[in-house]
Design a protein around this ligand. Structure first.
Ligand SMILES: NC(=O)c1ccc[n+]([C@@H]2O[C@H](COP(=O)([O-])OP(=O)(O)OC[C@H]3O[C@@H](n4cnc5c(N)ncnc54)[C@H](O)[C@@H]3O)[C@@H](O)[C@H]2O)c1
Ligand SMILES: [Zn+2]
Length: 341
């Protein structure tokens, strides 16, 4: 199925379908010079399939992992473009998760002040989250996503078959973001996940519904001035859990796992019970070991950058939400009240 989203006069096309990887050449117009960027954790078969459909294709494999999402790696991509004499009419295709997509997209945004970039996200998280919105970035100076640009992909191809090779943990992490979108704005999607004993046959539909929802939000608020904050449901406390877990020396909580717990802090009543039931089903965590003061120290650090108060998203009924403009005391009270239950 094909989805479209409109942004600043551009139309970005997203095709979702099993086996679509075979059609990348036609869908992206790869009858030209193409740099296919992937990382060494993505099964090579996916990038090879795309490469085979390019008239003049070059493959660049970068090292996997968030720690390699850096200006150095972007430099490697730029060097590849330069070495092969890429010009404005040529293209970059990212094949991989959000790390590859963010770096290839950023490199494409600055090479010759911007060349075309196409995205083939291969993790559930990147399929439902990074394929819409045009954000590209790398980490710098120890700060995540601090250097980047808005550069929309010319087209996105999502082949749910690529999820077959993903670990159950990474699949669940992506599902946490799907549950986030369903809980705040798509009750039918939430119920279809609740009702399906096996998600695999429904994956195409689930991805498309999540994307439709995200497209609706991003189209109404392209530069993150208001409504888009709804996509942060679970993320204020989630980011604090993620940061506390990273500071403790490990990656005990993946991003989606931290967001899963974060959603429980920000929901109540029947909505909380239903979200928690889904999280348990997908082996996502429902609690964290960090104290209120620790979480507050990370969350307030986050809040200060935005000047004073923070817009929280609360869900008390599945499919809808409230914004709460909260100061530190209100946030502390929400955290405390969850911990006391
Ligand atoms: N641009 C945006 O709007 C946006 C939105 C959300 C997240 N992000 C960024 O995305 C990144 C996280 O993305 P991610 O979760 O996809 O992480 P990732 O790209 O690091 O992928 C996770 C791991 O899975 C491997 N992998 C990828 N596809 C696979 C497949 N099909 N089968 C088996 N293994 C596979 C990768 O090699 C990697 O080791 C973060 O850097 C985050 O900042 C960006
Ligand atoms: Zn997220």
């Amino acid at each position: 199925m094909t989805l479209e989203y409109h942004t600043g006069g551009l139309i970005c096309r997203i095709d979702v379908g099993r086996g679509l990887l075979e059609q990348a050449g036609g869908l992206f117009g790869l009858d030209r010079k193409v740099l296919v960027v992937t990382d060494d954790g993505v099964p090579a078969a996916y990038s090879q399939k795309v490469l085979a459909q390019c008239r003049e294709g070059y493959l660049l494999v970068v090292p996997q992992g968030e720690e390699n999402k850096s200006l150095d790696t972007v430099g490697t991509i730029l060097a590849g473009l330069l070495e092969h004499g890429f010009t404005r009419s040529d293209a970059v295709v990212a094949v991989g998760g959000g790390v590859v997509g963010d770096m290839a997209g950023f490199a494409a945004s600055i090479y010759q002040r911007g060349i075309e970039y196409y995205n083939v996200p291969t993790t559930l998280l990147s399929q439902v989250d990074s394929s819409v919105g045009g954000k590209t970035a790398v980490n710098f100076g120890g700060v995540k996503n601090i250097v980047g640009a808005f550069h929309h992909p010319s087209a996105v191809l999502i082949d749910p078959d690529t999820l077959d090779s993903l670990s159950p943990r990474l699949l669940s992490e992506g599902l946490a973001e799907v549950i986030k979108m369903a809980a705040t704005g798509d009750r039918a999607l939430f119920e279809s996940i609740e009702g399906a004993s096996d998600l695999r046959p429904h994956m195409e539909q689930i991805i498309a519904s999540a994307l439709r929802y995200k497209i609706g939000v991003v189209e109404q608020d392209p530069k993150e001035q208001g409504l888009r904050a709804v996509l942060n449901f679970g993320h204020t406390v989630g980011h604090a859990i993620e940061a506390a877990s990273a500071a403790a020396g490990g990656r005990e909580f993946y991003h989606g796992e931290a967001v899963a717990v974060g959603m429980l802090y920000m929901s109540e009543g029947e909505a909380r019970r239903r979200i928690e039931a889904l999280l348990r089903r997908f082996a996502l965590p429902c609690s964290d070991p960090f104290g209120t003061d620790v979480l507050m120290s990370y969350a307030v650090h986050d809040k200060k950058r935005r000047g004073g108060s923070i817009k929280l998203v609360r869900v008390s009924e599945i499919g809808t939400y409230d914004f709460v403009q909260a100061d530190a005391d209100t946030l502390r009270a929400y955290i405390q009240s969850f911990k006391e239950q």
